[in-house]
Ligand binder design. Structure first.
Ligand code: SF4
Ligand code: SF4
Ligand code: SF4
Length: 251
């Protein structure tokens, strides 16, 4: 049986999620028993016309990005958004909260007029094309990536957690960050990272995006209990470009 042909593509991002794939080190060799890379700018010069699985890293913001992404979609059987930039727009989406010309001027000063800096509002991959699976996080968890690739190569459906980070955090018996007067996005953020940030003395920044149906009532109760406002929560949500509709109704 032939192995699924896989390809990696990157749009606006730091390419840290692909770095996580390389960080699998010897486990990459095990994955290569199951899949065949046919296009991967960072690792090989070959190109291909068709892909069984296309991994898309990065958010969509430069001229031509949407067209390129649609072209990849047409040539792929399955398309997977890799990392927060791709799944929810990521940190790049912060700029959508401001006037774009002002943002460019602030970041690049006198170089702001350079042609290659021409961008429009940032979109996640799913806002442009159909996405079959999302691999969450900034960066992705390399073990979760390997698990998902194995499942797909073996024709199984990967299970992607759909409960809040608080569940994993409670299981680790962490002291809640709200007890320290901080605002943590764990109540509305998708688990799967093992509550990495609260387990290491930080609040959750929401890099894995919302759970499918965030329990806004529970989140509101937590905010009330600790004397915080919904505006405080929404301010934190901006960092990772998570959609705000669910918390809008809390306001
Ligand atoms: S999700 Fe984070 S680590 Fe991955 S490409 Fe985007 S900024 Fe980099
Ligand atoms: S709010 Fe944050 S720190 Fe508190 S339990 Fe949930 S994930 Fe853990
Ligand atoms: S705790 Fe939150 S910010 Fe930290 S890795 Fe997990 S989802 Fe991302």
């Amino acid at each position: 049986m032939s192995k699924p042909k896989v390809a990696f593509f990157d749009f606006a991002c730091c390419e840290g999620c692909q770095l996580q794939v390389y960080n699998l080190e010897e486990d990459i060799l095990n994955l290569l028993e199951l899949v065949e890379p046919v296009e991967w700018r960072e690792a090989m010069s070959d190109k291909a016309e068709k892909y069984d699985i296309a991994f898309i890293e990065g958010s969509i913001t430069r001229p031509g990005d949407e067209e390129s992404l649609k072209d990849i979609r047409e040539r792929s059987t399955m398309l997977i958004a890799l990392g927060a930039c791709a799944t929810i727009g990521g940190v790049n989406k912060l700029k959508n909260n401001f006037d774009l010309a002002e943002v460019k001027q602030c970041v690049y000063s006198e170089s702001a007029g350079m042609g290659h800096l021409e961008t429009s509002a940032t979109k996640s991959v799913g806002e442009v094309v159909k996405v079959d699976y999302h691999i969450h996080g900034c960066p992705i968890d390399k073990q979760e990536f390997a698990y998902i690739v194995r499942c797909l190569a073996l024709g199984k459906t990967p299970v992607i957690p759909n409960h809040p980070v608080c569940v994993e955090c409670k299981m680790k018996e962490n002291i809640c960050r709200f007890e320290y007067g901080e605002i943590c996005l764990g109540p509305v953020t998708r688990a799967g990272c093992g509550a990495k940030c609260p387990s290491n003395g930080m609040w959750c920044f929401g890099c894995r995006g919302y759970v499918d149906n965030p329990n806004v009532n529970a989140a509101r109760e937590v905010m009330d209990q600790y004397g915080k406002t919904i505006a405080d929560l929404q301010g934190k949500l901006k960092l990772f470009g998570s959609k705000q509709e669910a918390t809008d109704e809390m306001a």
